[in-house]
Each structure stands twice: as C-alpha cells, then as structure tokens.
Design a protein around this ligand. Structure first.
Ligand SMILES: [Zn+2]
Length: 292
C-alpha cells in the first residue's frame, strides 16, 4: 500500500510528465467502486481542462485543473517568451477544479502511448492533447477517483506542520501515540510503516498514551517523522519512472526498515529482539529496550 513518500514520488513523476497538457476526452470503466464522484461529473469536470500541476496532499494525488479558455487567455496575456506556468511552479493554483486520486491498496497511474496494451483492471483513461494517455489501473479497487473545487486534507501535513502545532495536536490525547499518528484527522498521510519507523528513533513505544509524552519526546518524534519521510522521498526520487511509466518496473522502493516487519530480529542498536504488538488491528513493531 503506497504511503506518503510513495504518493509524493508518484505525484512528482506525474507532474513532470503531464503538467501543461490538456485533457481532450475521458473514458471511465463500468465498475462503480473506484468512482467516488458520479462518472458523468468526473468526465464533465476533466474534459477540456488543462492540467496546471500535480501534487500530493496527504496520501491523495491532486491534479489542479483550469478551463482551457482560461488557460489560453492567460497564455495570450503573457509576454512572448515568458515562462509558462507549468508543473514545476509551486505557486498557488489558479485552478477551477481538481481531480483527486487515492491509490488505495493497489492503484497505479500510467502515462503511456495509446498503443500500449490496456491492462486488465483499467478504470479510467484520459486522452491528452499531447497524444499520450493517462490511465488509472487498480486490481483490488480500493482506490478512489473524485472531482472537487476545493480539496483540503482533514489533518495537518506532516512535512509542513510546525513543531508547536505538532505538539498541540497530541497534547492531552488519551489514545496510544501510534493510533494518534495514524489518525488522518490529526496528521494527513502517515501510515503504519512510517509511524513505527519514526517512533523507533524517537525512543517511544507505540502503546504510550499521547498525553504522557513530554515536550522533548514530542520534539524527537516530530524530527524523526520528518527525517524518515524525507529519507524515503529522496530514495524514491531516483525511481519515479518505475511508477508512472507503463513499461516501468513494478513495486515500490523500500527504506531499509529499522523495526517494521522485523519481529524477533535483533534491534539495529542494541540487538534486543524486536517486538510486535497489535494495536487497533494493526501490527506495531518496536524495540523494548530502546523505546520507552
Ligand atoms: Zn534496541
């Protein structure tokens, strides 16, 4: 299941390839699950729009769209030779709508030539003015496609939230810190792997109540979470093509996990066997000596 770093990598790869392109027409499959907005509404929103940019919000891929006549008018208004406002720019979008893609468990986006074989479980095909196609493929159908005009993730962005805000988010919460990290209404996009991987360097056990953490412990967790996510994003940056090019290799890059999935194996710091506990139905991994 793609987590925040993977989604960031995919969004960057898509931005590089399709920002500035125009959606000419849309084909949607007949399976209802992937369509969170009605098919007619998705098609009407996407068709004849220019893709201003593609970015990640939480674990969502957000395509900022603008109406084609707006795009033409604004490009006419610019001086000849002036830089086009395209994907590389990170300024506020002047978009009129957004296409939101959540990859779920097995969803993937492909940028390919129209001649490329249409994979089984393809649920959406966007025909682009450049002649290429943007496809959404999802065998298990937990992924979701929707359109909106003001997408906002419910929680704070873990890579942008400030320390004091981060501390306030967890202060006074009686739930285990691991559950609080996974609560998408608090932080957007932190999944099971990176929650475990950030609690380890922070020296905090997953089951500790959030309210019991000192300011110093929350500061360590804040720094560890950002470091682990940035490390994974940096690692993924070199393999963008693996995810969005149809001929790319399958499978996500993986950080060398320090505790996640290492039950019974020696802790990398102290050799104590890593423990696994189940918290709210999810596996949590930690070192009983290094984490308190
Ligand atoms: Zn240890």
């Amino acid at each position: 299941m793609p987590e925040l770093p993977e989604v960031e990598t995919i969004a960057r790869g898509l931005d590089k390839r399709v920002a500035g392109d125009r959606i000419e027409s849309v084909w949607l499959g007949s399976k209802p699950e992937p369509l969170k907005s009605p098919a007619r509404e998705i098609a009407a929103t996407l068709e004849s729009k220019r893709i201003v940019r593609v970015r990640r919000v939480g674990k969502h891929i957000v395509f900022d769209l603008e109406s084609d006549h707006v795009a033409r008018a604004s490009s006419r208004a610019k001086k000849p030779g002036s830089k086009r406002h395209s994907g590389g720019a990170r300024s506020a979008p002047s978009s009129s709508a957004q296409w939101i893609v959540h990859l779920g468990m097995t969803g993937k986006m492909q940028v390919c030539d129209p001649g490329a074989e249409v994979e089984k479980h393809t649920h959406a095909i966007l025909h682009l003015a450049s002649g290429r196609e943007l496809r959404f493929v999802d065998p298990r159908r937990f992924g979701r496609l929707s359109v909106t005009d003001g997408f906002q993730a419910p929680g704070s962005e873990p890579l942008e939230v400030e320390l004091e805000r981060f501390v306030r988010i967890f202060k006074g919460r009686r739930t285990p810190i691991k559950s609080a990290l996974l609560n998408q209404k608090l932080l957007s996009g932190v999944g099971n792997i990176y929650a475990d991987e950030s609690l380890f360097p922070a020296g905090i056990r997953p089951r500790r109540r959030a309210a019991s953490l000192s300011h110093e412990e929350l500061r360590r967790l804040y720094l560890a979470l950002q470091e682990v996510l940035k490390e994974a994003i940096a690692l993924g940056g070199s393999s963008i093509s693996d995810y969005v090019d149809a001929d790319g290799e399958e499978g996500f890059f993986q950080l060398q996990h320090r505790v996640y999935g290492r039950e019974g194996e020696p802790c990398l710091l102290c050799k104590t066997p890593v423990k696994r506990v189940v918290l709210a139905g999810r596996s949590s991994h930690y070192c009983p000596k290094c984490q308190r």
